[in-house]
Design a protein around this ligand. Structure first.
Ligand SMILES: Nc1nc2c(ncn2[C@@H]2O[C@H](COP(=O)(O)OP(=O)(O)OP(=O)(O)O)[C@@H](O)[C@H]2O)c(=O)[nH]1
Ligand SMILES: [Mg+2]
Ligand SMILES: [Zn+2]
Length: 220
């Protein structure tokens, strides 16, 4: 019984995700679903990427948090259109929440929309939002074993960002072990090492974004 209720929730979500996808495509938006554990650096990364988007393209952010508008306030402070979703307890975003947030944001492309999912490595995996790409952010202080412990989220990533590499000298984190753990579940997604603090590697992440947006045929 529990299994079948869960299944029908997911299929309703999947149907809405397909409608979102069509809506994003019609608006010429490349949409990146940014997923990570709490504090990995999702907002910091989104802000770094936003800085590097050429001015002829539009930019927007949907911020998901259980509570507060702290992250949306950070984005708004740099002049980028943003809508906050507060889930009031739910530990993932779903496609219906994103649809309502889009009504609010009124963003049209060509350009980029970043969706910051709730900090959680588990159930965001099950809820498609209509995104063009799934971006998973891991960070050095979390340890190199996270892809082994939370394989599903790493398996479905189109890109894996390893953030906080400025902390490598301070923390026992093995880069080879991390990438081997990723490759055990995901053979293809690029792994890009970055630091939002120093800016190292951000150019590589921006290049990936440009290439992916062209390859997806959403615009350009
Ligand atoms: N040393 C270091 N700290 C970083 C880096 N990137 C982010 N931080 C810090 O990590 C903390 C969390 O960063 P956020 O960007 O707020 O992380 P988040 O994933 O959006 O967090 P939640 O939305 O709360 O889940 C902040 O104190 C950042 O300053 C980095 O590359 N190096
Ligand atoms: Mg955040
Ligand atoms: Zn959840």
């Amino acid at each position: 019984m529990r299994v079948s209720v869960r299944k029908s929730i997911l299929s309703a979500n999947d149907e809405q995700a397909e409608r979102n996808k069509a809506r994003f495509k019609a608006s010429q938006l490349m949409v990146i679903n940014v997923m990570a554990s709490p504090g990995a650096g999702k907002t910091s990364l989104i802000m770094r990427l936003l800085e590097n988007i050429p001015s002829e393209l539009s930019r927007g952010v949907i911020e998901g948090d259980v509570a507060s508008s702290i992250d949306a306030d950070r984005i708004a402070a740099v002049g980028v259109p943003v809508t906050q979703i507060n889930t009031g307890g739910a530990c993932h975003l779903d496609a219906f929440m994103v649809d309502r947030a889009m009504d609010d944001l009124k963003l049209s492309g060509p350009g980029y929309l970043f969706i910051e999912n709730i900090g959680n490595l588990i159930c965001p995996t099950d809820f498609r939002l209509g995104e063009t790409a799934n971006m998973v952010v891991a960070s050095v202080p979390e340890g190199d074993d996270k892809p082994i412990k939370y394989p599903a989220i790493f398996a479905q990533a189109d890109i894996i960002i390893l953030n906080k590499i400025d902390l490598l000298p301070l923390i026992d984190f093995n880069l080879q072990a991390f990438s081997a753990a990723v490759r055990a579940v995901n053979e293809e997604a690029p792994i890009i090492n970055i630091s939002c603090t120093t800016g190292e590697g951000i150019d590589t992440a921006v290049r990936w974004l440009r290439e992916k947006s062209m390859g997806s045929g959403v615009y350009i």
